[in-house]
Design a protein around this ligand. Structure first.
Ligand SMILES: [Zn+2]
Length: 326
């Protein structure tokens, strides 16, 4: 007890100092404060980045691991927040986060801090599918190539503004049968990583949008089967695969919980299920972890930083051309 007491007293003093510092700096913190939720970042996981700046900002953007981070301002917590993530094959280590803002008077401010990535291990499984999916013939290879180009165009179409608001919700309320990131061996030969989350959904189960956005694609593809891609803006998309029926069309605006289609077993599927994928700036992230994140519910005030637009934004004409190919 005698040894503990001074430590407890010191904690109390520090706490008081922290409290008074927090009160003094309620409107404007004295230094940059960066935190992530969850605190530990791992390969394959999305996370939320919260930033408070030492001066009032009218815009904030960032970059990390070669990807742009788009911030919005949350009035409730007086902080800037952004969804971001770590790619599945990222090595553990420290990676510099660069923040660039503009003050109310237009002056540029910047800050840099390392964020640490810890290692998340993923299991591996063996699966059997029809031979054509692991050794496609020339005709199918041609189709696959064509669809790769189509997807490339679709993925470049993300809106410059944030279309999602608040938490992401599960597209079905069925049990999960296969987690994200599992290393899979198809027919003993083809090795891939499972870049989504599988739900055990009987054929005809209602599949709804995980958050608000715009339908960028609703059509049949070789591997994905009947596939819906919903763009949530700023490079964030959710994908719904192997559907038996579409209930939306390309270009349609959808809200969280809106019916997109019915589940099925189209494409490379071992049976009826829903494959949900989360794509962020060219990488796939664990949907289960996105669904668990607490996100600001309010209508956000968006960053108006110069250049804060997805770089790969393409014209509608280019997209229409690609869409009409098959
Ligand atoms: Zn899957």
């Amino acid at each position: 007890m005698r040894r503990l007491f001074p430590a407890a007293a010191l904690c109390a003093v520090l706490l008081l100092q922290c409290l008074s510092a927090a009160q003094e700096s309620k409107a404007v913190p004295t230094a940059w404060q960066v935190r992530t939720d969850p605190i530990t970042l791992v390969n394959g996981a999305p996370a939320v980045l919260y930033v408070t700046a030492p001066v009032a900002l009218r815009a904030l953007s960032g970059s990390w691991m070669g990807r742009k981070i788009f911030f919005a301002f949350d009035n409730a917590t007086s902080s800037w927040y952004a969804l971001f993530g770590v790619q599945l094959n990222a090595a553990p280590g420290k990676y510099p986060l660069t923040l660039e803002g503009r003050t109310d008077t237009g002056s540029p401010v910047s800050f840099q801090q390392d964020l640490e990535v810890a290692s998340q291990p993923y299991a591996s499984v063996e699966l059997k599918v029809q031979h054509k999916f692991t050794a496609p013939n020339r005709r199918l290879l041609k189709r696959i190539k064509k669809e790769e180009i189509l997807k490339h165009h679709v993925f470049a179409e993300s809106s410059a503004t944030q279309e999602w608001h608040g938490d992401f919700t599960a597209p079905v309320s069925e049990p999960i049968t296969e987690a994200f990131g599992i290393r899979r061996v198809f027919n003993g030969e083809l090795k891939t990583e499972h870049q989504g989350l599988d739900y055990h959904a009987a054929r005809g189960t209602r599949v709804v949008a995980a958050n608000s956005g715009t339908v960028l694609l609703a059509r049949r593809l070789f591997f994905e089967g009947n596939c819906v891609v919903v763009d949530h803006g700023q490079g964030l998309m959710t994908l719904y695969m192997h559907l038996s029926k579409f209930k939306v069309r390309k270009g349609q605006r959808v809200r969280r919980g809106q019916l997109l289609g019915l589940s099925g077993a189209t494409g490379r599927a071992t049976g009826p299920h829903l494959h949900l994928a989360v794509r962020w700036e060219g990488i796939y992230l664990d949907p289960a972890k996105l669904l668990k994140l607490d996100l600001p519910p309010s209508q956000a005030v968006h960053s108006a930083a110069a250049g804060a637009k997805p770089e790969a934004l393409k014209s509608g004409e280019a997209q229409d051309h690609a869409m009409s190919q098959d």
